[in-house]
Each structure stands twice: as structure tokens, then as C-alpha cells.
Design a protein around this ligand. Structure first.
Ligand code: 13P
Length: 237
């Protein structure tokens, strides 16, 4: 089953999320065959973005590394599960870069997801500098290290999001995307249930071409997921 996940980042109030949910429901009718849809709204809009008839599921955009306690501003995996989430995004490049999240803390976040039955959408991807220096492959290996302690029998989603493609309008080519996704699959060859997504300037215009990339099972979509019509169009690709 292909997976299409909308990462809204810090966009949309509850009212806007409700309007999106209504419009998305109209767009997809009974659902899109062969495609699983996920929406990752801000925490405050989780309830508003949900679908009572279950045609899409919810994800947290982030999750605390601790299970609970005195951690002002954090939201735990158990809280996300209680709010209806099936997934949590872990290690998005914006979290890595702007909030200094790295391997050890990300490994803890993955472990907290498992304790609450959430499936992590674990993000990896090289920067422009790493790419130009020929370090894409070693970067992926290093970032995937955080999954070493995670049981290989559990379902896992990995999103390949090259930093240079995020929000730039310059997506990876299907060839680059396929190469990276195949490499990720090789590194994680012991996993029994692994889906690999691509993320970075995916639009309705390039989705079909990118979906032809080798070992690519869907997308993690930022900007183009803010419109229900364009999120549905990408998911129909
Ligand atoms: P864009 O689709 O806006 O490039 O964002 C990608 C992304 O970061 C999804 O997590």
C-alpha cells in the first residue's frame, strides 16, 4: 500500500483544519484505491483534521523523547496516540537543524513511539554541502544509526527528504530519489515491513514521475499538502 503523508508544519488553525478535512473528504469520496493517506497537522488541530470515517489517519509532527513528566512544552507519544494518531514524524530536517535534534534523542523518540503503538515516520536526507562533497550515502547510514535499537519486526516508515529539495521548488530527480531509496532499503534490509517515502517539493505536476523512482512507496508532502485538492491529486498519482 502506498503512503501519502501531509506535513502541514506550522500552518492552519482548527477552523482551517476542519475546512481542509471537509474538502479532502469531498475530493477522495470513498477513498483512493491502493493509497493510504495521513495528515500531520499541528498538535492543536489534530482533532479538527481527523476523519471520523477513517479514510485518512493522523500523525504528530514531532514527539517527546521522554514518556512524561516535567518537560514544559513537550507532547508525549501516549498523548498523540490518545489524540488519535497512528504515526509520528521523527527527525524531520527542520527539527534536526533548528532544534538541534540528533541521533541519541531521535532513538529515544522512536522508542517512545513504539511504547505507545505509534509507527515512526523517520526522516533522513543530506544537505547541499553533504551532497556536493559526495557524502549522501554516508549521511544516510549515519542518520539511520538511530534505528539500530528498534525491533526489525515492527512496521517502519522512512522518509528520504534531501534538505536541498525541501521548500525550494527543486525536487530530486526520479533517478536520484530511486538511488537513495534503494540505498536506504539496503541499509535496513532486515526490516520486515518498511515503506520508504520521498519528500521535497513534491507537487501534482511531478508526483507521477517521482513515483516511478525505484523503491519509492509514496511521499511526505509539505507545501503542496496545505491544499486538499493538491494533496488528493498527488495521492491519486
Ligand atoms: P515541501 O514539500 O514543502 O518541499 O516540504 C517537504 C517536507 O519537508 C515534508 O516533510
Amino acid at each position: 500500500m502506498r503512503l501519502f503523508a501531509a506535513n502541514w508544519k506550522m500552518h492552519k488553525t482548527r477552523g482551517e483544519a476542519r475546512a481542509f478535512a471537509e474538502e479532502l473528504g469531498g475530493e477522495i469520496g470513498g477513498g483512493i484505491g491502493g493509497a493510504e493517506l495521513v495528515v500531520a497537522p499541528p498538535f492543536t488541530a489534530l482533532e479538527a483534521a481527523g476523519d471520523p470515517s477513517g479514510r485518512w489517519s493522523l500523525a504528530g509532527q514531532n514527539v517527546a523523547a521522554e514518556a512524561g513528566g516535567a518537560f514544559t512544552g513537550e507532547v508525549s507519544a501516549a498523548m498523540l496516540a490518545d489524540a488519535g494518531c497512528r504515526y509520528a514524524i521523527v527527525g524531520h530536517s527542520e527539527r534536526r537543524r533548528l532544534f538541534a535534534e540528533d541521533g541519541p534523542v531521535l532513538a529515544k523518540k522512536v522508542a517512545r513511539c513504539r511504547e505507545s503503538g505509534l509507527t515512526p515516520i523517520y526522516c533522513v536526507g543530506e544537505t547541499t554541502e553533504e551532497r556536493d562533497a559526495g557524502l549522501t550515502a554516508v549521511t544516510l547510514v549515519r542518520q539511520l544509526d538511530a534505528l539500530n535499537g528498534d525491533p526489525a519486526s515492527l512496521p517502519l516508515v522512512v522518509a528520504y527528504e534531501p534538505v536541498w529539495a525541501i521548500g525550494t521548488g527543486r525536487s530530486a530527480t526520479a533517478e536520484d530519489c530511486g538511488n537513495a531509496c534503494v540505498h536506504i532499503a539496503e541499509i535496513l534490509s532486515d526490516r520486515r515491513d518498511l515503506r520508504i517515502l520521498y519528500g521535497g517539493s513534491v507537487t501534482p505536476g511531478n508526483a507521477a514521475e517521482l513515483l516511478r523512482a525505484r523503491r519509492t512507496d509514496g511521499f511526505l508532502i509539505g507545501g503542496a499538502s496545505l491544499s486538499a485538492a493538491s494533496f488528493a491529486a498527488i495521492s491519486r498519482a
